[in-house]
Design a binder for this molecule. Structure first.
Ligand code: PLP
Length: 386
């Protein structure tokens, strides 16, 4: 069956994959090789050197392209290496408009690395299309969207931003790490590039660091493959295998992440010690209607603040859990908790952080796929102690 005819639950298992041509192995082998035999110079079986391409990585890249309804996939050694490749499409003097509420590491690579090479970044609240339009200049070459945003769970209207990008002949890249293609496919909404921290839900088991890009346009793909090969920040075949294996259950995991996320979000919303709960599934979430329009469900990422906004209370809760593990990262089968202000978003200056709502008592949960009653009891007990 052609990839584009498969439904999502079939794609995760079959798209881009076929039994290994040399042995018939059903699971893609780990091609642990850096180089490939050539009969005469230039005469080979499609692979020359594993920085350029590797069969295990290629299987994963093809699978990812199909999941995002794209045509071309590229995998990198981390999500940040994938972002690095996108910004290398630009040159000194070019401008990027980015959402002001985004992963701290993305903010850091923009402002601390690429700004030094003469690329200018403007951070705007992207729930306002007029704010995006106002920031566009003749030098704007890229709009960077993250939705849902990390950690405030803001929702950005991808189709509306894409319309602005197209009118102004600007590329649109969407970081789809939080939603995954199970919940939303930005290329279908007009994005040019989808980016993933594969480390998170796609890998799904907190055992791999990897990044990915997917696009539809061949000319753009060629430029990105050139950067991937020239800069060389690729992932290895062993990690590619682990992610291929993780992706086979993406739809099952995401379904449970969403179900558990819904229960935990509602539990927190009525808890007397909790102030704000940020989860796009609430009808009173500022962009709930956009979330409903562009996502098929609302995911398992939730942030909340404590009444009184005291950091000590948040720390007490985070260190009292027995199931939620206090750790960076998200999207694994196990539930994780983190303190964005001092962990994932510490690289954003305090004033900037607080402007987008990252307060001292903000706690971010990555709700895993355990039994939700055990998770709720863990939260209840930890909040009791604060
Ligand atoms: C939304 C988002 N984008 C990008 C990244 C960077 O990915 P990596 O850690 O794989 O480099 C992260 C990591 O936390 C993230 O949460």
């Amino acid at each position: 069956m052609a990839n584009d005819k498969m439904r999502f639950g079939t794609k995760v298992i079959h798209a881009g994959l076929s039994p290994d041509p040399s042995t018939g192995a059903v699971m893609t082998p780990i091609y642990q090789t850096s180089t490939y035999h050539q009969k005469t110079p230039g005469e080979h079986k499609g692979f020359q050197y594993s920085r350029t391409s590797n069969p295990t990585r290629k299987a994963l890249e093809d699978n990812l392209a199909a999941l995002e309804n794209g045509k071309f996939g590229l995998c990198f050694g981390s999500g940040l290496a994938a972002i690095d490749a996108v910004i290398k499409l630009l040159q000194a003097g070019d401008e990027v408009i980015s959402t002001n509420d985004l992963y701290g590491g993305s903010y850091r690579i923009f402002t601390k690395i690429f700004a030094r090479f003469g690329i200018k970044f403007k951070f705007v609240p992207m729930n306002s299309i007029t704010a995006i339009e106002a920031a566009i200049s003749p030098n704007t070459k890229l709009i960077w969207v993250e939705t849902p945003t990390n950690p405030m769970m803001n929702i950005i209207d991808i189709a509306a931003v894409s319309a602005v990008a197209k009118t102004n002949n600007v590329l649109l890249a969407v970081d789809n790490t939080f939603a995954t293609p199970y919940l939303q496919t930005p290329l279908d909404l007009g994005a040019d590039i989808v980016m993933h921290s594969i480390t998170k839900y796609l890998g799904g088991h907190s055992d791999v660091v990897m990044g990915g890009l997917i696009c539809k346009d061949e000319a753009l793909a060629k430029r990105l493959y050139f950067i991937q090969n020239s800069s060389g920040a690729v992932c290895g075949p062993q990690d590619s295998f682990l992610v291929l294996r993780g992706i086979k259950t993406l739809h099952l995991r995401m379904q449970r992440h969403c179900e558990n996320g819904r229960v935990i979000a509602h539990f927190l919303k009525t808890h007397p010690k909790v102030d704000q709960v940020y989860w796009p599934g609430f009808e009173d979430h500022a962009n709930h209607n956009i979330a409903k329009k562009q996502m098929s469900d609302f995911g398992g990422m939730i942030s909340f603040t404590m009444k009184g906004n005291r950091k000590e209370d948040a720390f007490k809760v985070m260190s009292s859990f027995t199931l939620f593990t206090l750790a960076e990262s998200l999207g694994g089968v196990e539930s994780l908790v983190c303190h964005p202000a001092s962990m994932t978003h510490a690289s954003i200056p305090k004033e900037e952080r607080e402007k987008s709502g990252i307060l001292e008592s903000l706690i971010r949960l990555s709700v895993g796929v355990e039994d939700v009653l055990d998770l709720q009891e863990d939260l209840e007990a930890a909040l009791e102690l604060a």
